[in-house]
Design a protein around this ligand. Structure first.
Ligand SMILES: Cc1cc2nc3c(=O)[nH]c(=O)nc-3n(C[C@H](O)[C@H](O)[C@H](O)COP(=O)(O)O)c2cc1C
Length: 151
């Protein structure tokens, strides 16, 4: 199985989790880039769109912005080609104390965008950057990938 992690990260939190996954797996890691990082731009112009075609397993990750999926990741997922036959994991990082303050909605948005393209979502993880549990949540996700990598 060939796996690619595609993230958008404005301040580095999402990127740091993706790098931890990459360290223990053979997953590739790429970042979506927009012409401007301003989260308020309604229709961001993407200047780098990682190519998912060679991969059969994808991990998409994004921060929560304004109780929703970051607009840059939204624009990226929206323009993806057909994902039929590909499995997809999702994770988000957020700061507010409860997942219902944006995290759950963001994961639902991502799931819906992926399923619109025919992808099959296998797991969704919400990482609250503010809590002590953060490390455990990240560790559990990484352990799962590590275990899969050994199979
Ligand atoms: C413009 C902006 C809006 C944000 N809105 C929310 C929000 O609605 N809910 C939340 O829990 N965190 C919110 N955050 C916090 C980020 O989701 C959180 O810090 C995340 O881990 C940042 O990820 P990154 O470092 O990969 O960009 C917001 C951050 C920014 C910069």
């Amino acid at each position: 199985m060939k796996s690619l992690i595609v993230i958008y990260s404005k301040t580095g939190n999402t990127l740091s989790v993706a790098q931890k996954i990459k360290k223990v797996t053979d997953f590739d890691l790429e970042e979506v880039k927009a012409q401007s990082d301003d989260p308020n731009i309604a229709k961001p112009e993407l200047i780098y769109k990682p190519n998912v075609k060679p991969y059969n397993h994808l991990v998409f990750a994004s921060p929560v912005h304004g109780f929703s999926l970051s607009r840059i990741m939204h624009a990226y997922l929206k323009q993806l080609p057909d994902l039929t036959g590909k499995t997809v994991d999702l994770f988000i990082t957020h700061y507010f104390p409860y997942a219902w303050l944006g995290g759950n909605h963001t994961l639902k948005q991502m799931k819906s965008l992926v399923e619109d393209k025919g992808g099959r979502v296998m797991s969704m993880t919400s990482i609250n950057w503010k809590t002590k549990k953060r490390k455990d949540v990240i560790m559990k996700m990484i352990e799962n990938y590590k275990a899969e990598a050994k199979i």
